[in-house]
Design a protein. Structure first.
Length: 159
């Protein structure tokens, strides 16, 4: 089963830099040490780079595009993005910067959670995503950090 990884679209990044999904202004800062996980390009911030912390509703955004109704599964969480819109990731493959332990949370086309899977550190994400997408009900997978549960990026069936 083919899939594509998607970062936050640059158009949405520009919106979030004006007001986030909670209606608040972004919190800008300098990542002095570098390493903040950026959801706009799926890389990590360089030392001294200016970044923004915003609230983001990934399922709500996807539902608006697809007509799904996530109901109580809609959630809002913190993400880092570049302080200025960037060009996004260079590929739709699993990002090389994401080798840590992750959780794969699957959703059906109508926006309901359809299981989850732990992806141990160093495990092959290709195998795990193929297994999750082998279930025909799965339309979308959110990849999340284990420690904080933060949204990292989404995987969709390839079109």
């Amino acid at each position: 089963m083919e899939y594509e990884i998607s970062a936050i679209d640059p158009v949405i990044v520009r919106e979030l830099l004006r007001a986030d999904d909670a209606g608040r202004a972004p919190r800008f800062s300098i990542d002095e040490e570098g390493g903040a996980p950026l959801r706009c390009c799926l890389g990590k911030a360089a030392a001294g780079e200016r970044i923004a912390l915003v609230s983001y509703a990934p399922l709500r955004r996807w539902a608006a595009e697809t007509g799904a109704d996530p109901g109580p599964y809609d959630e809002l969480g913190p993400i880092f993005i570049h302080a200025e819109p960037c060009g996004g990731p260079a590929t739709t493959a699993w990002p090389a910067a994401h080798t840590a332990q992750r959780v794969l949370r699957a959703y059906t086309a109508d926006g309901r959670i359809h299981g989850g899977r732990l992806l141990p550190e160093g495990a092959d994400p290709e195998v795990a995503l193929k297994e999750v997408f082998s279930e025909p009900e799965v339309a979308l997978v959110h990849v999340r950090a284990v420690e904080y549960g933060c949204f990292q990026f989404a995987a969709h069936r390839a079109t």
